[in-house]
Design a protein around this ligand. Structure first.
Ligand code: NAP
Length: 304
């Protein structure tokens, strides 16, 4: 066991939520040593190195790579982008973490897992893999902390950014379902707090949402306030959305996951509200309005 070794952060380059990248920064700010795992050498890897992380390159689907990067680390954050090999990567990490003897493994999951069981699953292979991953980690006997966020606010960059910019409209098939998206920055604050002092958190499951559960009209009003111009919500047919996702050329695994997320929103399954962010970090989760205020350019800018 290596409690004084660096903290391993996987998925550290960052694509959508960039949890690993933000966690790396937060841990370095606290003066903690970080080993940041990336898939390839690029500008993102160079930026992590400049920030003070030990950057290691590897593939989470390659057991020898995982063994190399975990060796010498007592604490691990495990998360990677939504992808078809997620369960394999989790079980590989679990096998290695047992071999190496890590003291804390913080596992990124999804809040939908809270509603799942053997009898009650969803069509998303990603959500099924998170459910199975949590099962496998429980069997592993490892000291695990489970993070289950609802939809990230950052998902609205690709899903709503272009239409808010071009037409002042959020066009999604969420019907009248309520939702409470959480900022990846807040999720990262929770992960960093747990990694900095894991002992009180071991064995716990943290569900994370934003501060309000509201329908998409309410979300659009927060956009309007933040951008100082009218933004409305248009409920589009699920089939139309699926065709658009397919046209965009996303991997099939991701498309199926997003389509399921839309269906679950429509069915009211994202109407959730918990205070996990505040409980762990002492600071309330960011609102939609605050989030859009921080990122106006992603949505076509704020009118002065
Ligand atoms: N988005 C949401 O609304 C949401 C909500 C709840 C939970 N989650 C969960 O959050 C996680 C995603 O977190 P995130 O948004 O922070 O991730 P992300 O920024 O999209 O991706 C993190 C990194 O994973 C790396 N990666 C992918 N496959 C890899 C492999 N085989 N080996 C090594 N690295 C690999 C990618 O590297 P490259 O960039 O080099 O490809 C990427 O930089 C998933 O578990 C997802 O289910 C997401």
């Amino acid at each position: 066991m290596a409690d004084n070794g660096p903290i391993l952060v996987t998925g550290a380059a960052g694509q959508l939520g960039g949890i690993g990248r933000t966690v790396t920064g937060l841990l370095l700010e606290r003066g903690l040593p970080v080993r940041a795992m990336v898939r390839r050498e690029d500008d993102r890897a160079a930026a992590l190195r400049t920030a003070g992380a030990e950057v290691v390159v590897g593939d989470l689907l390659e057991p020898a790579d995982v063994y190399r990067v975990v060796s010498g680390c007592g604490r691990v954050y495990f998360g990677m982008s939504v992808s078809a090999g997620y369960l394999e990567a989790t079980v590989t990490m679990a096998a290695v973490a047992r071999e190496v003897g890590v003291n804390a493994l913080v596992n990124m999951s999804q809040m939908t897992v809270s509603q799942m069981s053997i009898q009650n699953t969803t069509p998303s292979r990603q959500q099924r893999q998170h459910w199975l991953s949590e099962q496998a980690l429980a069997w592993s006997g490892l000291p695990v902390v489970t993070i289950r966020p609802t939809m990230f606010l950052e998902s609205l960059f690709p899903l709503a950014g272009p239409t808010v910019r071009d037409r002042g409209r959020i066009e999604l098939p969420f019907g009248r379902g309520k939702t409470s998206p959480v900022a990846a920055a807040d999720v990262a604050r929770v992960v960093a707090a747990v990694l900095a002092d894991p002992a009180p958190h071991l064995g716990r499951v943290y569900e994370l949402t934003g501060p309000r559960s509201q329908d998409m009209q309410g979300i659009a009003r927060e956009f309007s306030d933040a951008l100082n111009r009218e933004v409305t919500y248009s409920d589009i047919p699920p089939e139309e959305w699926e065709r658009e996702l397919q046209r965009a050329g996303l991997p099939e695994h991701l498309t199926r996951h997003l389509v399921t997320m839309g269906e679950l929103h429509r069915a009211g399954r994202y109407d959730r509200l918990v205070d996990g962010v505040e409980r762990v970090t002492g600071r309330a989760a960011m609102s939609v309005r605050d989030f859009v205020t921080l990122h106006p350019d992603e949505f076509g800018g704020r009118r002065s």
